[in-house]
Write a protein that binds this ligand. Structure first.
Ligand code: MG
Length: 470
């Protein structure tokens, strides 16, 4: 590795898709849930799973047997797509081709998958598909798969069809968010669900010294935002300051992604009573409800590319923003920590797989060459050699396949890596690459680097360029 390359690799915890000069960024916008405020996600999703089951029994007359279903946080990953008609979970490649799938919780083997879906690309805008876009959807996908299992088995007559199961799940999950049943439990036991991290506050304060300004734009309502910010930010501030001294603007019920492309007016919130009133005049620092990105940018006298918005929801925070508003983007991908750790541990397996592939590829080419000659000349004189070579190639496959399994076991046991599917990029990785200027596992990783950092994108070789590189 040359001196030059080492220089490019300095910020190993923040990854760059599009060059971003932090000196140019004056305002940093933060989503709250899973971005500024981290959750004990397995606990929170376990809670959502339980409340959804209870509501299905109470409100939708589902059989009581579903109350016994266990939650397993590993059962689904972000980026999966739910086929509501067929009761399947799908993991897609960057071209939206299905690469891994399950019916309920049962893996579908490759041949069967091909019979069901042929080799078509999925149209993910189709209303028969739901996306697992955020960590808040893991419980949904898991319970859907478990209910599909029950519908296929012992509770066949007591459960509706798969599409109705999905819509019932949407109904109870929405209600759990709306009627406060989820948030009341969180409120009653914050340490169980919310992570407190002094590093975040220290990082924010350091950025403030560089004259960077912060704002929050969250879809949560004021009382919940206040609860979490009082709990995670205030204890680490000195001199009687509160989170309101850190964030120039706090925008609650922002209705993202609509916030980025509609022109909903801002309402001012009285921080002591939580009451709203129409905004008179222009925006001044404070707490607001609703609003829109365009007015925010204009009234603060900013150019759109002076604002960096950081969120964890690939669609709600990032994709629509990038399509409709010219702010810069950063995505928090919680799973990255595990992914990078797994990649490091996978290196010995990858080396052995590559060494075996180096033997296999010329062998395959040799077989094809001999068979071609047989077809073209009509002579069978190489038959014995061909058979020997095929046998050798099969022996190599036998060595390669357990190594691939071992490599995959370092990631999610059911779905493998979040960002890859086999050698291809996953659909999720494609969206990250296309819409997030930078991405990292946690907000701290950005706050840990200098606010003067120049993030440079790396050159991604195209297939035809590799021939020269090699
Ligand atoms: Mg969020």
């Amino acid at each position: 590795m040359g001196k030059h390359e080492r220089h490019f690799k300095m910020n190993t915890n923040v990854f760059c898709n599009r060059t971003l000069n932090m000196k140019r960024i004056n305002y940093i916008g933060l989503d709250m849930d899973h971005t500024l405020v981290r959750y004990h996600s397995a606990n929170f999703e376990g809670l959502a799973h339980r409340i959804m089951r209870e509501k299905l029994v109470q409100k939708k007359s589902y059989p009581k047997s579903i109350l016994k279903l266990k939650f397993d946080f590993e059962r689904a990953i972000r980026g999966l797509v739910i086929d509501k008609v067929k009761g399947n979970l799908l993991k897609l490649s960057r071209h939206t081709a299905i690469r891994v799938s399950s019916h309920g919780t049962e893996p579908i083997d490759y041949n069967k998958q091909n019979r069901i879906y042929k080799s078509t690309y999925i149209d993910i805008k189709d209303k028969n598909f739901d996306k697992v876009d955020t960590t808040f959807s893991i419980a949904f996908a898991t319970l859907f798969a478990q209910l599909v299992d029950l519908k296929d088995g012992e509770e066949k007559s007591k459960l509706p069809d798969f599409v109705t199961i999905a819509s019932d799940l949407n109904f109870v999950l929405d209600e759990a968010h709306r009627d406060g049943s989820l948030k009341d439990v969180v409120r009653s036991d914050l340490p169980q669900y919310i992570i407190k991290d002094p590093g975040i506050v220290a990082g924010l304060e350091r950025y403030l010294k560089h004259n960077k300004k912060f704002f929050i734009a969250t879809n949560s309502e004021y009382s919940y935002a206040k609860l979490l910010l009082d709990y995670t930010i205030n204890p680490y501030l000195k001199g009687g300051r509160t989170w309101q001294d850190i964030f120039s603007y706090t925008i609650v019920k922002a209705r993202k992604p609509n916030f980025f492309f509609e022109d909903t007016p801002f309402l001012r919130i009285d921080s002591s009573t939580g009451e709203t009133s129409p905004l008179v005049g222009t925006l001044t620092p404070g707490i607001y409800e609703c609003g829109n990105a365009d007015q925010f940018t204009t009234e603060l006298g900013l150019e759109p590319d002076e604002i960096l918005y950081i969120g964890d929801h690939i669609y709600g925070d990032i994709v629509r923003l990038k399509k409709d508003c010219a702010w810069r983007t950063a995505l928090v991908v919680e799973e990255l920590d595990r992914e990078v750790h797994g990649l490091k541990r996978a290196q010995p397996y990858i080396k052995r797989i590559n060494a075996l592939m180096e033997k296999k590829i010329p062998l395959e080419a040799g077989i094809d060459d001999l068979i071609s000659r047989r077809i073209e000349t009509g002579h069978n004189k190489n038959e014995k050699r061909i058979n020997e070579m095929i046998k050798k190639s099969q022996e190599l496959d036998k060595k390669i396949s357990p190594l691939i399994k071992k490599q995959q076991s370092l990631f999610n046991p059911h779905w493998g890596e979040v960002m890859r599917v086999g050698i291809e990029e996953s659909y999720f990785a494609y969206q990250v690459e296309r819409f997030a200027c930078i991405y990292m596992a946690r907000l701290n990783h950005l706050l840990d680097v200098s606010p003067r950092t120049y993030f440079r994108s790396v050159k991604r070789p195209l297939p035809h360029e590799l021939i020269v590189a090699n």
